[in-house]
Design a protein around this ligand. Structure first.
Ligand code: NAD
Length: 299
């Protein structure tokens, strides 16, 4: 029977199902990299989420490993080529949490439009800011989606159902909503980014983009820290280029640098601690897919 280590939190039902399938599962879901490096050699399989980074040094110590299972979408936290060169398969569960992320992005958009977060915090501080909190409506506005894959298209469908016009930019697929990037930047009242983090997409929304984005637009970032240049974003939020932004992901999580702390504190910014995939339903779907992959390799 294969031995598998769960390195980040996953649904308890998934652990139970893998054990029922005969896999010898250890759960160390807050394990630090040093500790992981000292025991990874014992395992044929590991399960990670975004927290545990599986880099070359760690992979070199994984002498018995057959499969790295990434619960969730992005593979930027894993040195995939290096693992594959060592004969280790890398698998993920890309579609399991798409709807959760699309719904968060939608919630962020409405929250930006209606200042919901600010309204709540001012009420809790004992203020009644009715006059200052006049919002706008999303119906009739244009949503621009950068990266029209699973999450981007789901969000597009939801936005259309709420009366928005949807345009998108994605050079790798064909879809009637897709238009040239500059046209999308000029047209969109809300811009949301849903690309994977790669060398091509690092800093994709940066100074050059902010020079083209419609003045007063809103930005939603629930993809991966780094696809938006945070310094350029801070500029855009403080010089009137953007009306506001909603951020679920950061280059440093939790944010500690001066720049990120300043960004989080801006009154026209709302933030969440990387909870895009954090729903009961998504976690159950991710867990179910992890079980399927783990049993196919180790049971
Ligand atoms: P996907 O692969 O289905 O879609 C990504 C799309 O981006 C693809 O259609 C691809 O063609 C497009 N793309 C790639 N490079 C591009 C470029 N340079 N310009 C424009 N488009 C480009 O992926 P997905 O499942 O929709 O996930 C999208 C992002 O969401 C990923 O970064 C993923 O890591 C992130 N994500 C975040 C959370 C969260 O908790 N916030 C959870 C899940 C996924």
């Amino acid at each position: 029977m294969g031995k598998l280590l769960v390195c980040d939190p996953i649904a308890a039902s998934a652990v139970k199902a893998m054990r029922a399938a005969g896999i010898d599962v250890d759960v160390r879901d807050d394990i630090e990299l040093n500790d992981l490096a000292s025991i990874i050699g014992e395992y044929e399989g590991i399960v990670v989420r975004s927290r545990t980074k599986v880099r070359k040094d760690l992979i070199n110590k994984a002498t018995r490993l057959k499969v790295i299972i990434r619960g969730g979408a992005g593979l930027d936290s894993i040195d995939v080529d290096h693992a594959q060169n060592k004969g280790i398969d890398v698998r993920n569960t890309p579609a399991a949490n798409s709807n959760a992320v699309a719904e968060l992005a939608l919630g962020m958009m409405i929250s930006l439009a209606r200042h919901i977060a600010r309204a709540d915090s001012s009420m809790k501080e004992g203020r009644w800011e009715k006059k200052q909190l006049k919002g706008t409506e999303i119906a009739g506005k244009t949503l621009g989606v950068v990266g029209y894959g699973r999450i981007g298209q789901l969000l597009g469908q939801k936005a259309k159902a709420l009366g928005m016009k949807v345009v998108a930019y994605d050079p790798y697929i064909e879809h009637p909503d897709i238009i040239p990037l500059d046209e999308m930047f000029a047209a969109a009242d809300y811009i949301t980014i849903h690309v994977p983090m790669t060398t091509q997409t690092a800093g994709f929304i940066g100074a050059e983009a902010f020079a083209k984005i419609k003045k007063g637009a809103y930005l939603i970032q629930a993809s991966r820290g780094g696809t938006v240049d945070e310094r350029a974003l801070y500029e855009a939020l403080t010089n009137g280029v953007l009306s506001g932004a909603a951020l679920d992901v950061f280059t440093e999580e939790p944010p500690k640098s001066d720049l990120l702390l300043k960004l989080v504190a801006l009154p026209n910014v709302i933030t969440t601690p990387h909870i895009g995939a954090a729903t009961v339903e998504a976690q159950n779907r991710v867990g179910g897919e992890i079980v399927k992959i783990a049993t196919s390799y180790l049971a």
